[in-house]
Design a protein around this ligand. Structure first.
Ligand code: AMP
Ligand code: MG
Length: 338
């Protein structure tokens, strides 16, 4: 058994040798490779079975390192980086030549984040170049927030640094920052734990001219599949909180045909006969805690092999942080019942 420090030392060696390793971050565990190694970056895509059209986030360990990855580091990005980094905010900016088309799926922009987790920071510092790192799970599946989740995904094929559970628990907020004629255009490409209201609030005390863009097109927000984060057992999100258990199970049995056994290439274990065992996901009423425990609950509940997983949405699930949690729940769901 290696100590965590020995695992980190080995990970540095492996990263230097163009291998990929799984590292803890405060959002979720990431599958990391050095950005200057095409061989290593290709390994991320092949191990994850991730399509090349889904770009990777580049993880840095300083603002200076981030600046080298972009052609233009504007003042608003500098301010947001100083306010929210290290932390779960990803900035999308025009890429420099340091960043390959493989990383950005051919886009002219790069997504950058300085993670807060000390182990992620140590790896980036010691390797000396930024690390590209998507979540350490097979494409389309539930993200990992604990080391053993990653081991369940990839068995022994990847070195996993056994850090603590991810404290945030959902992926970073992805923010596109564009500057046109001295006006910044901001767009949230993916919701996360840094909320739009927090960004608006910190910017309100500054003199930047900016506007929010609401419309997100496919090119600007690539890799955003309709489905994602899927557990192996079908997840049903029920938006009618008044349904009794017997009514819910009757309804589910009627809808059995609507449950697919594969979604966007990801296999789902569809119940073969009547649904008898429903496993209810019980998330904390505090959305920050709900985000923290979401993926481990989805994974643990699936391992108990029920016929379906079910989450009941109620009127209490309102507010921006819940929106970030529901972004994941809806994408993970095989069926949404109204
Ligand atoms: P993850 O799967 O957590 O690594 O997150 C990657 C996601 O970040 C992608 O699916 C995109 O939605 C977003 N992303 C990464 N790079 C870019 C980019 N250059 N432009 C816009 N979005 C990006
Ligand atoms: Mg992912």
């Amino acid at each position: 058994m290696l100590t965590v420090q020995q695992q980190i030392n080995l990970a540095v060696e492996q990263l230097q040798n163009n291998e990929v390793v799984a590292m803890p971050t405060e959002t979720v565990y990431g599958l990391a490779a050095r950005i200057d190694s095409e061989v290593a970056i290709k390994k991320i895509f092949s191990i994850k079975q991730r399509p090349f059209f889904d770009p990777l986030i580049v993880h840095v360990s300083s603002v200076d390192q981030a600046k080298k990855c972009v052609t233009e580091w504007n003042e608003l990005s500098d301010f947001l980086a100083k306010t929210f980094w290290p932390g779960p905010l990803t900035l999308v900016l025009p890429k420099s030549d340091l960043i390959s088309d493989l990383i950005t799926s051919g886009l002219p922009s790069v997504a950058l984040r300085w993670p807060q987790h000390p182990i992620a920071q140590e790896l980036i510092n010691r390797v000396g170049v930024p690390l590209a790192a998507p979540s350490a799970n097979k494409f389309g599946r539930t993200s990992p927030t604990k080391a053993h989740h990653v081991k369940e995904e990839f068995s022994d094929s990847v070195l996993v640094i056994e850090g603590d559970s991810s404290s945030v628990g959902i992926e970073s907020t992805v923010l596109s920052v564009k500057k046109q004629n001295n006006i910044y255009e901001l767009a949230i490409l993916r919701k996360g734990s840094i909320l739009k209201s927090q960004i608006t609030e910190v910017l309100s005390r500054q003199s930047f001219k900016y506007q929010w863009q609401e419309v997100i097109d496919k090119i600007e927000s690539p890799g955003h599949m309709k489905h994602h984060y899927m557990p192996s057992i079908p997840l049903v999100v029920c938006r009618d909180a008044k349904l009794k258990l017997s009514e819910l199970s009757g309804l589910l049995n009627k809808k059995l045909n609507e449950l697919p056994d594969e979604i966007e290439g990801v296999k789902i274990i569809k119940p073969k006969s009547d649904i008898k065992k429903i496993e209810f996901l019980k998330l904390s009423s505090d959305p920050t805690q709900a985000a923290r425990e979401l993926y481990s609950q989805l994974r643990a509940a699936s391992l108990r092999s029920p016929d379906v997983l079910c989450f009941i949405q109620t009127s209490a699930h309102t507010g921006e942080m819940w929106e970030s949690v529901f972004d994941r729940l809806y994408k993970a769901a095989s069926l949404i019942l109204d």
